[in-house]
Design a protein around this ligand. Structure first.
Ligand code: SAM
Ligand code: SF4
Ligand code: F3S
Length: 465
């Protein structure tokens, strides 16, 4: 659904009558998909006449684009909203709203109505098209609240977007999730899988490459089920092949890839490509087949490891990262030890580890917790320490090699640059570091490996580029 032109025009007229230039703040929480939505919310607000700001103090609209994946993510948002109460009391024209995943939860809506009455706008996940209508109604019917559910479709392809980075961009390939892992709230708040058309994705990637974008991150909760719902089905590896055919100096990454649907063909396409990174984020969640079954993940550790072995046989440098949950309700110490055995065997380059957080309405929230909070926290410490050792030893495979690195940041105080290789390995560079490298791909000789990054020296200093 496109923006309602009528509401947008009327709203622009309301804003022109302000005695100051209207400003808007969008703060996103959670995953890359949510940050990508946040860029669209910013685009819509900018197209309506708002200047974007990072400061709540001078904002006329504050929109929290929320995440519901763990209780901690939610309490961070409610804490920050609570701290805005005094701002609203000083400026009752201030419009504070929430959108994103928490806005889809009935308990959160109820909490907002009861305890946060100064939150006057609740937009369901992916309802950015409703923003002009919502703001207009609140301005016209001063003091009124506006609430809407999410749109279970695909955001309009013509929605404006304000990108946070000049050289990296996220491109959703699909929305929603059909998997219903028993611990996860995402399918409840993001609806069922919907794929964007390959033509729209290709046009967006082509335009980003033409604008000089160097890293394009394709997003979906399970990109491996991309295309199943299209009138002319096209699988994810075939989409990657189409995108890889676009000429230019850029890399393509993607996440997340559900192990139940990841295939050797996916790996073959990645390794045979010109632009796709040699890195796969393959969230395993647990090393125990029993726990995986109770999580409804629908793969076994044996099947998972077959794909890793297949890849490693073809490329020793290829890197893997994963998500792991510690303290799933039925996880015992013996299950946890299987997780340790898995990370020893796979040697991930990076791990994202989470303590299980019960989400109301999910199946796992009904299960009895067999471990104490102390046991779970101790397991987490063991896991982190073990992974640090693994990373340091495994990262050493790059020492002595020369890699292409996309420079992402320059820290002027530390005179240090950081970037990533095509295998998504972090690299730190201190000699010849300079701000002008940001967003460029350079050749870097790797001289050492730490557990969180490689260390390298630039081969061609900026003056010679
Ligand atoms: N769709 C992705 C997949 O299946 O690989 C995961 C997306 S989810 C937003 C990111 C990660 O959050 C999951 O892989 C899982 O490790 C973690 N997560 C999800 N629900 C959780 C919960 N209730 N408690 C702790 N971690 C959770
Ligand atoms: Fe959540 Fe599982 Fe869907 Fe990932 S695949 S978003 S973990 S339900
Ligand atoms: Fe959070 Fe929603 Fe993403 S729950 S992790 S923002 S899909």
């Amino acid at each position: 659904m496109p923006l309602n032109p009528n509401a947008a025009e009327k709203l622009r007229a309301v804003l022109t009558a302000f005695d100051h230039p209207p400003k808007a703040l969008v703060r996103s929480f959670g995953c890359q998909l949510n940050f990508c939505d946040g860029e669209k919310y910013k685009g819509v607000l900018a197209s309506l006449g708002y200047t974007l700001t990072d400061s709540p103090d001078d904002a006329d609209v504050i929109l929290f684009n929320t995440c519901a994946v763990r209780a901690h993510a939610q309490s961070r948002v409610t804490g920050q909203i609570g701290s805005l109460k005094s701002l609203y009391e000083r400026n009752p024209n201030l419009i504070i709203g929430i959108c994103g995943c928490m806005a889809e939860e009935e308990e959160v809506r109820e909490l907002m109505r009861k305890s946060y009455p100064f939150v006057r706008m609740i937009l369901g996940a992916g309802a950015m098209e409703m923003l002009p209508d919502a703001l207009l109604r609140i301005y016209q019917e001063n003091g009124k609240r506006f609430e809407t559910g999410g749109l279970d479709g695909i955001p309009d392809e013509s929605l404006p977007t304000v990108r946070d980075s000049k050289f990296a961009a996220s491109v959703p390939v699909m929305y929603g999730c059909n998997n219903f892992c028993t611990y996860c709230i995402v399918p409840y708040v993001r609806g069922r899988e919907r794929s964007r058309s390959p033509e729209a994705i290709e046009a967006e990637v082509r335009s980003l490459v033409a604008q000089g974008c160097k890293e394009i991150l394709l997003l979906g909760q399970n990109v491996n089920s991309y295309g199943k719902d299209l009138a002319e089905p096209l699988d994810f590896p075939s989409l990657l092949e189409k995108l890889d055919a676009i000429d230019g100096e850029y890399w393509i990454r993607f996440m997340s890839s559900h192990p139940k649907d990841a295939t050797p063909r996916l790996i073959d396409v990645m390794l045979g490509s010109r632009h796709i990174e040699h890195h796969l984020h393959l969230p395993v969640q647990s090393g125990s087949n029993r726990v995986l079954q109770e999580m409804n993940r629908r793969y076994t550790i044996e099947k998972y490891r077959t794909l890793i072995d297949y890849t490693r046989e073809k490329s020793a440098d290829f890197s893997f990262s994963s998500d792991l949950i510690v303290g799933f309700p039925t996880e015992t110490q013996a299950d946890f030890e299987q997780t340790l055995a898995l990370i020893d065997a796979v040697k991930y380059d990076n791990l994202y580890t989470f303590i299980y957080s019960p989400r109301p309405g999910t199946k796992a929230a009904e299960m009895e917790q067999v471990s104490s909070a102390e046991e779970i926290s101790a397991r987490m410490q063991v896991l982190l320490a073990r992974q640090r050792e693994i990373s340091e030893a495994h990262n050493a495979r790059f020492v002595g090699k020369t890699c292409t690195v996309l420079i992402e940041k320059y820290d002027a105080d530390a005179k240090k640059m950081t970037g990533k290789t095509r295998e998504a390995m972090n690299v730190e560079i201190t000699d010849n570091a300079a701000a002008e490298y940001i967003g460029r791909m350079v050749r870097v000789k790797i001289t050492a490996a730490k557990n969180w990054a490689l260390v390298g020296e630039i081969e061609v200093p900026a003056a010679h580029l």
